[in-house]
Design a protein around this ligand. Sequence first.
Ligand code: FES
Length: 79
Amino acid sequence: MDVYVCVGSSCHIKNTKGVIDKLNERIKAEGLEDKVELKGAFCMGECSQQGVSVRINDVIYSVMEEEADKFFDEHILNA
Ligand code: FES
């Protein structure tokens, strides 16, 4: 599974690094390193959303660092 995290400037100020760190931490904790790959992506045109844009299979989600655990459970672990 490829998970694209927006590294555009509007998302950056909403803490892209925090979201990436949290998702990476969970990927390691669940032993999914060979199944889930985090990739950086350019602006997804969703800059006005509250959180950082994350795309999985053409669906774009808005993820705040504090919600990254829940996002991981719902959209990555359960996928
Ligand atoms: S900078 Fe992330 S969606 Fe635009």
